[in-house]
Design a protein around this ligand. Sequence first.
Ligand SMILES: [Zn+2]
Length: 190
Amino acid sequence: MPTKSGSYWVAWANAHAKNSNKIFDLTPSFRNKAKDFITALEGAGIKVGVSTTKRSDIRAYLFHWSWMISQGKCKPSDAIQMNGVDIKWDHGDVKKSKAGALAMVTGFGLAVPPRSINPPSMTSNHINGKAIDMTLTWAGTIKVKKKDGTEASLTFMSNVNTNSALHTVGESYGVKKLKTDAPHWSFNGR
Ligand SMILES: [Zn+2]
């Protein structure tokens, strides 16, 4: 018997479909790049706080469709099924279906319009372990080693998205910044 969408699924996902914040869970090719980049940052005295590495595909699925249905971006019956997730998105009543989906959006703490107009992605680089979310903090200007051994001067900026000198250092390790998403770095910058 499928279980209707609602807060049940938030608790279920928190037990069965967790995201990782461990470097080890990244795919090996990207893991080594991220590791080398972080080693260089920490070696320079930068504080690195990793919040997400590999994201669960099941969690991404629950995020995506709860957001879409609750925001009226699709019909409850449009949601696809996923193996291993016995969820009933369509309660047979649009209002109830939307309320069930909204309870999940709230429980997961997802950003909705106007804060975010984009539904959570089901194809993020996090899902295949090729992206990392991290917060980098330091004071003033410091020197960080690039992959080729040369040093770059980095000045702290409160908006990491505009710190192109930092992005260049990351790129030397094959870790590229997505400039619209503060904590997000990946193998291809998306
Ligand atoms: Zn990210």
